[in-house]
Write a protein of this length. Structure first.
Length: 380
């Protein structure tokens, strides 16, 4: 792990990107839920992200990653020595992957910094995120960030966090991340394949299964927040949460997570799930993830997209959340003690004041206690 060299100052690591199928969003582009990309700050040095990254110009062979660059290799620096150290660690730990070991199949997603393929590695289906060589050439400090993000990612070991299976560590031409391939998101499991506002294309899963998914998400986030340095997601939403073959949760796609200094004010995340302090570009901490979870928990309980009753677009939602009306999604309308406890937890989680929002440890313990109660008939 990394510190800023000042033992009296806390350094927080905002979780690196693990891009899985259908989860590589374009930096700075507006999507269905509205996304925003801000700055990266590595140990006090801020680098504007997204503005100088260009898409690859060769579109004639999209099923092959771009393996070469016309640029001359840079003179070795301490950062490159740090990368070599990570390569040695990867080889010793068994997660170093040579480029020829991967058989590429179809493209499943593309963003401003990388293209994601479905592939095969040692007989396993994998997702391969191939970072464009231009990203390394056009962004000073990109190799350092790539090295740091891999170092952090390689240490994450939790049943509900998408695991790094390996990496090709030869940027700029071979900066590849390899993870397990998961094709179903929580969004698709809950709503079907349709988009927000469209008619449901799949039956609503049973209430207790939805509650179980909420607990698994909370436990994954508790694990990330308990890391030292702390890992903060910053873009928690159903389309960034995947399900394995047994329908267990994998928190993934840490695309807006960064190595950041304390008091970061970067605007990053998805407006529909974004905490008000983040939208206002105010300093924020790990409680921004708790706010996002509150929106997701309400979505799981109601079975409805957030704010669908308002007909608002993402920017209108962001304005309402930050404004005097303190806009929030419609709460469940069912009665019963269990529902009252869940509504109370939702209200705490998306509270305007971050200090009032509970920790994920508290959220997980509350959900476990609710799960242990006698069954109530909740027809939603």
């Amino acid at each position: 792990m990394y510190t800023n060299g000042n033992t009296n100052k806390k350094t927080t690591i905002f979780c690196p990107r693990i891009t899985s199928p259908a989860s590589a969003s374009s930096s700075g582009k507006q999507g269905k839920h509205g996304t925003a990309q801000g700055q990266m700050c590595c140990f006090g040095k801020c680098v504007k992200m997204g503005s100088s990254v260009s898409q690859p110009t060769n579109k004639t062979s999209r099923l092959q990653p771009k393996l070469s660059s016309s640029r001359s290799p840079r003179t070795p620096t301490p950062v490159h020595h740090q990368l070599e150290t990570l390569i040695d660690e990867a080889k010793n730990s068994g997660w170093y992957i040579e480029p020829h070991e991967i058989e590429f199949q179809e493209i499943v997603a593309e963003g401003s910094t990388a293209r994601v393929y479905k592939g095969t590695w040692r007989g396993l289906d994998v997702a391969v995120k191939c970072i464009f060589p231009e990203y390394f050439h056009n962004n000073e400090g990109a190799v350092l960030f790539f090295t740091q993000e891999l170092d952090t990612l390689s240490r994450q070991r939790h049943r509900s966090v998408l695991q790094l299976m390996g990496a090709c560590l030869r940027p700029p031409d071979h900066g590849w991340l390899v993870t397990e391939f998961l094709s179903t998101t929580l969004k698709e499991w809950l709503h079907g394949r349709g988009e927000r506002g469209e008619e449901r294309t799949a039956p609503l899963p049973p209430f207790w299964e939805r509650l179980a998914k909420a607990l698994e998400i909370a436990e994954a986030m508790q694990y990330l927040h308990d890391q030292r340095p702390m890992v903060i997601h910053r873009d928690l939403k159903p389309s960034n949460i995947f399900l394995d073959d047994a329908k267990h949760v994998r928190v993934a796609d840490f695309g807006n997570a960064r190595f950041l200094c304390d008091g970061e004010k970067a605007l990053s995340g998805t407006f529909v799930y974004m905490a008000p302090e983040v939208t206002r570009s105010q300093p924020y901490n790990e409680k921004c993830d708790v706010f996002s979870f509150g929106i997701i928990l309400n979505e799981l309980i109601t079975g409805e997209y957030p704010y669908v009753e308002t007909k608002y677009g993402p920017f209108q939602i962001a304005s309402g959340v930050c404004g005097q009306e303190k806009l929030r999604p419609a709460l469940p309308k069912k009665d019963g003690q269990i529902m009252k406890e869940l509504i109370h937890l939702i209200l705490l989680s998306w509270n305007e004041n971050p200090s009032i929002r509970p920790s994920f440890a508290k959220i997980a313990s509350t959900l476990k206690r609710i799960q242990s109660k006698p069954f109530e008939s909740i027809p939603i």
